[in-house]
Ligand binder design. Structure first.
Ligand code: THU
Length: 135
C-alpha cells in the first residue's frame, strides 16, 4: 500500500469513530514492514479520560496481534482544516515501539505531510532511557 493509500485508509476510518462527546472523528492506519495494515479510530467514553485516540487504537491492535516493532508508517486523518497532529500521549506510545516510524498527517482536503516521529518527539523517553548505572 502506498503512502497515499494509507492516508485514504485512515480517512475511511472516520465513519467508525465513536465521538458522541467531541464530534471530532479521527482515523488512523498503521503499516507494518511486511505490508500488514492495522486501522484505528477514536473511541470516546462518558468518563472522558477513558477515551482512546485513533492512533493508539491502531497501535494496540498491532501489538496484540504480535506486530511489535516492525512498523513502517502511520497515517492520521481528521476532518479538520489544519493537519490532524497526533497528541503527546500517542507520540509517546508510538515511540516506545518504533522511534524510527514515519508519520503521515492529513487534513480534511486530503493533503498530508510526512515526517519522522523523532521530529515530532525529539529526545523521547523510551525503553533504553530506563538503563541505570550499576551500583
Ligand atoms: N484524538 C485522536 O484520536 N488522536 C489524536 O492524536 C488527537 C485527539 C481524538 C480524541 C478525542 O476523541 C477527539 O480527538 C478530540 O480530542
Amino acid at each position: 500500500m502506498t503512502d497515499h493509500e494509507l492516508v485514504q485508509t485512515a480517512f475511511s476510518m472516520l465513519e467508525r469513530a465513536y465521538v458522541p462527546y467531541s464530534q471530532f472523528p479521527v482515523g488512523a492506519a498503521l503499516r507494518c514492514k511486511d505490508g500488514t495494515v492495522f486501522t484505528g479510530c477514536n473511541i470516546e467514553n462518558a468518563a472522558y479520560g477513558s477515551t482512546i485516540c485513533a492512533e493508539r487504537t491502531a497501535l494496540v491492535k498491532a501489538v496484540s496481534e504480535g506486530h511489535l516493532a516492525d512498523w513502517d508508517a502511520i497515517a492520521i486523518a481528521g476532518n479538520s482544516a489544519d493537519y490532524c497532529w497526533p497528541c503527546g500521549a500517542c507520540r509517546q506510545m508510538l515511540f516506545e515501539f518504533c522511534p524510527d516510524l514515519t508519520v503521515l498527517v492529513a487534513r480534511a482536503d486530503g493533503d498530508f505531510v510526512s515526517l519522522p516521529l523523532k521530529k515530532l518527539l525529539p529526545y523521547g523517553f523510551g525503553p533504553e532511557s530506563l538503563t541505570q548505572e550499576e551500583g
